[in-house]
Design a protein around this ligand. Structure first.
Ligand code: TRP
Ligand code: ZN
Ligand code: CA
Length: 433
């Protein structure tokens, strides 16, 4: 694997600094250890045909509280059990009916760094729910089965989830996230959600949440020459929402529901403009004929690629530096100023001994109060002011216990000059992970 230089050393000046801070390479961009297999779309379609048969045999739907839902859970669970997964049924009650989430853990990997993918397995009562959301459920199932077939040994721990009662208000996924301790939520490095990925008049929408997760999908589609758009139908509309609300980085794919495909979208993706992405959304015609095979194929392969890439990612080499060398003037006896550094590609939390290298040029350093501000806004005091410290400059490396902070995000050096006359500027500063 090639060495990745996150920051070129030695360059100075504001223009160079802007470029430097923008070129930090996230871990997801590095080659993974093994490429994901091409998932046969016929396998995914076979699951869809089973889900259709289950609906047909159970009053035409697979909705929460109906027999077709439990039969869907049993079908997926049996496949996973046979493949060597550790499966768990999580029971909950909604509207007076029992529901279940199905959780499948692939044994192995670092359980402090979990990559999770999930889909809701329930339909509405109006129909069999084959695009919404047999498509996501079948693609995640077949990806999990491919992990087993290839005997993937990821560095991170892999977990898959099939949610109940999404259609009644994300009931199952909320119950799952609520059941996790704060510590266990913090162990999930990413949750990927797939709800409708084979719409008959498809679009290719990528969730615009965590940038590293988004990039894994965008890079895959870009390499295939498939245009993507940001998912804008509404952030709270599927099972990623409870994860996002609990601070878990989320991503996902979506091929469109009841919104209308525009002319420009039809131009880039084909299909029919002026028509919904899924005209059978939440209706009885969401059957096994309501599937675009190409979208199903592409999206399933994109899911497998994301699972392989994210779960086999290795930690960046120790000593990865994120630096901002742009000068920032510190006004005399004035307001605090901040200099940002964006950290990406570091999984989990920041280190307990985070090295903060500070280079501030000033003619009376006792004037200066210096804080490190974490992405969530928590400030760590590096240096207080002192009326009798008349030396020049603050050129020092501070050690901060930042283990309570998520590493990725925008950190800031905040500097305030509290006394009149002497002045200076932030010359550069850096974080070493
Ligand atoms: N099951 C979702 C719903 O009924 C489908 C959906 C609509 C969706 N808009 C979305 C899923 C946007 C993800 C993103 O609302
Ligand atoms: Zn759905
Ligand atoms: Ca001053």
């Amino acid at each position: 694997m090639p060495a990745i230089r996150l920051v070129a050393a030695g360059a100075a000046g504001a223009l160079a600094a802007a470029l430097l801070t923008a070129t930090a390479t996230p871990v997801s961009a590095r080659p993974s250890l093994a490429a994901a297999p091409d998932i046969p779309v016929a396998n995914v379609k076979a699951h869809l045909s089973q889900l259709q048969s289950i609906a047909t045999a159970n009053g035409g739907n697979r909705a929460h509280g109906r027999t077709g839902y439990r039969a869907s859970v049993d079908y997926v669970k049996a496949k996973l059990d046979a493949a060597g997964y550790t499966t768990t049924l999580q029971q909950f009650t909604s509207g007076g009916a029992t529901g279940w989430n199905l959780i499948a853990d692939w044994p192995g990997g670092d359980t402090n760094h979990v990559i999770m993918a999930g889909s809701h397995l329930d339909s509405v009562t109006a129909g069999p729910g084959i695009n919404d959301n047999g498509s996501g459920s079948a693609a995640v199932l077949e990806t999990a089965l491919a992990v087993a077939r290839e005997n993937l040994q990821p560095t991170k721990h892999l977990r898959f989830g099939w949610w109940g009662a999404e259609e009644l208000g994300l009931i199952g996924s909320k119950a799952y996230v609520n059941s996790l301790s704060t510590a266990d939520r913090g162990r999930i490095d990413g949750y990927l959600n797939f709800d409708m990925i084979a719409s008959p008049n498809p679009g290719y929408f990528v969730y615009d949440d965590d940038t590293a997760l988004e990039k894994v999908f965008k890079d895959w589609f870009a390499a295939k020459g498939i245009a993507t758009e940001i998912e804008t139908e509404g952030d709270g509309r599927s099972d990623h929402a409870p994860f996002k609300n609990a601070g878990v980085p989320v991503g996902g794919l979506f091929s469109g529901a009841d919104y209308i495909k525009t002319a420009s979208q039809a131009q880039k993706w084909g299909g029919t403009s002026g028509q919904a992405f899924d005209r059978c959304y939440h209706s009885s015609c969401d059957t096994s004929s309501n599937i675009n095979d190409t979208a199903l194929d592409n999206n399933t392969d994109a899911i497998a690629n994301a699972i392989w890439t994210l779960s086999t990612a290795t930690a960046p080499p120790p000593g990865t530096v994120f630096e901002n060398t742009a000068d920032v003037t510190v006004p005399d006896a004035g307001a605090a100023v901040e200099s940002p550094v964006t950290v990406s590609g570091i999984s989990g939390n920041a280190p307990a001994a985070l090295a903060v290298g500070v280079d501030i040029r000033h003619t009376w350093r006792g004037d200066l109060v210096v804080d490190l501000v974490a992405p969530d806004g928590t400030a760590y005091r590096l240096k207080n002011s002192s009326s009798n410290d008349s030396a020049d400059n603050v050129i020092a490396t501070y050690t901060v216990n930042a283990s309570a902070e998520i590493a990725n995000g925008t950190w800031k050096l905040r500097v305030r000059d509290v006394a009149a006359q002497d002045t200076g500027y932030i010359n550069s500063w850096k974080l070493t992970f």
